[in-house]
Design a protein around this ligand. Sequence first.
Ligand SMILES: [Fe+2]
Length: 200
Amino acid sequence: MNDMSEARQPEAPESPVTPVGVNHIVLHVRDMDVSHAFWTEVLGFRQVGELKATERRPNPPRMRFYSGLHNGNLKHHDVALVENKSLPVVVPPKEFSMFGNPTAVNHIAITFPNREAWLAQLAYLQKKGVEFGRRVDHGMTHSLYIQSPDGYGVELVYDLPREVWEGDIDGALNYVTELPKDGDAALQDKAEGLPVFAKA
Ligand SMILES: [Fe+2]
């Protein structure tokens, strides 16, 4: 029971400890209902909780928590939304653009478990009438970009096998092939003969 109190103070290392990665992201949204619909009905996340009023915080902001499925299991949260009515209105450009948008968030990338799931999601979005902003093959992912209700990008990806990109990550990051955004061609995905990035 006293394990914690008996634990020795950790030795401070010379350099920071490298983390695993991003645990979750919290986004301000102008309209909770609109963004809730986007994150659940468009992107497929599940709501796992919401901020409740307490004695100490009787009037909390509207805040909801969402999870994807991690090998079939929910996580405490991947994403949370906080409603902030004073967020500046961003009028998205007619043509989707990766750069120059007046938003703090450029884009958030969402992982699908495999190629089949990703292609099924693309077909679902197209059937639902969601506009495809940009479709590209990167060296490490195949990606679709769409726009969120608040004007930042959301990238839907599946990861290519590690062997394809780990030899030259920077090369894979700089590689891009633009692909069709409309019709049947927007649902075609090249799985064979992909470039392999190796150390020079
Ligand atoms: Fe990205």
